[in-house]
Write a new protein. Structure first.
Ligand code: PBG
Length: 326
């Protein structure tokens, strides 16, 4: 009788068997690729902390979206950088705002590519917070913000987004957005809710890309404490009660335990956001020759899928799709 361990190794050592016994396989269709769309003509600004990622004006965003589509990536997630920011975040819900215009252009160029709209105010407020701020109180006003977030979602739906993704973390936003979408005739537009969104240092590079670093205070009043996992389950349950169609955990790699627990709690699709800082770390190490980029990225992303993600939002998506085609 061979030892059980030997039996395990036989399946590893027999080359052709490895593929058959592999439990987790990445595919380009697992991915949503975030794109930063900036107002203006013919702009292509590199983001220094995210090698390979750019702020793109609409014409370039369309090209990037077409490239993603041709690689078999399921969708793009659009973040907008408006020409001007103000206290009321007007650019977010402007029917001619940068995300709304980009959505129309991308849906024209690649109708089958999913367009997901980021619903948040931080890229549009002059202070960089995710909601409207009462300067005297120095506080984010939850309920006033809800109204504007709901308008942001409905103008995006009007422009043709397939999914709205609220990333703001205001209380009650999923219900507010659902009600507004239904009222405006967008009963069929799903909500992908950032349900477990942690107050994370790994958003640093994104804030450079989206020009959305808060100018005072931080986001700990509305984002979650990294030390808490049970709280994430409560947040997720609330979002589901309010009508979320897909729930998300963000960031991904430091929170794989949370991802797994959310996966076990709900039968809804679960998304994981492999955020900017997670991307930058691997790019930096690979750029220095300290890690094999392809192997490290594939290993990290396979881990996210193995932990339970149905959908992976990642800046690595086009690279992964290319590697998978080989
Ligand atoms: C906005 C938002 C953030 C990210 C997605 N939506 C930043 C933040 O909350 O500060 C981060 C994504 C990333 O780091 O890639 N609310």
């Amino acid at each position: 009788m061979p030892f059980p361990a030997q039996r395990l190794r036989r399946t590893r050592r027999t080359g052709g068997l490895r593929g058959l016994v592999r439990e987790t396989e990445l595919s380009p269709s697992d991915f949503i690729y975030p794109i930063f769309v900036i107002a203006g003509e013919d702009v292509r600004n590199p983001i220094s902390s995210m090698p390979g990622i750019f702020q793109l004006s609409i014409n370039h965003a369309v090209e990037e979206a077409k490239r993603a589509y041709s690689l078999g990536i399921s969708g793009v997630l659009l973040f907008g950088i408006p020409r001007e920011k103000d206290e009321a975040a007007s650019g977010a819900y402007d029917p001619e705002g940068v995300v709304q215009l980009a959505t129309r252009a991308i849906k024209d160029a690649a109708p089958e590519l999913l367009v997901v709209g980021d619903v948040c105010l931080c890229e549009y407020t002059s202070h960089g917070h995710c909601g409207i701020v009462d300067r005297e109180l120095g506080e984010v006003l939850n309920d006033v913000s809800l109204e504007l977030l709901a308008r942001t979602a409905s103008t995006q739906a009007e422009a043709g987004v397939d999914v709205v993704a609220p990333s703001d973390m205001m209380d009650g936003r999923v219900a507010a957005i659902r009600a507004e979408l239904d009222r405006e005739g967008f009963e069929q537009t799903p909500i992908m809710a950032y349900s477990a969104k942690y107050a994370s240092a790994f958003y640093g590079p994104f804030r450079e890309a989206a020009e959305s670093a808060p100018q005072f205070g931080d986001r700990r009043g509305y984002q979650m404490d990294p030390a808490n996992a049970r709280e994430a389950l409560r947040e997720t349950e609330l979002d589901i009660e309010e009508g979320a169609d897909i729930v998300m955990v963000k960031p991904a790699l430091p929170y794989l335990d949370v991802l797994r627990r959310v996966r076990e709690r709900t039968d809804l699709p679960v998304a994981a956001y492999n955020v900017s800082g997670e991307y930058s770390m691997l790019k930096a190490a690979a750029g220095n020759g300290w890690l094999d980029e392809e192997r490290a990225v594939m290993e990290a992303l396979t881990g996210i899928k193995r932990a339970g993600a149905d959908i992976i939002i990642s800046y690595h998506a086009p690279d992964v799709a290319r590697w998978l085609q080989k």
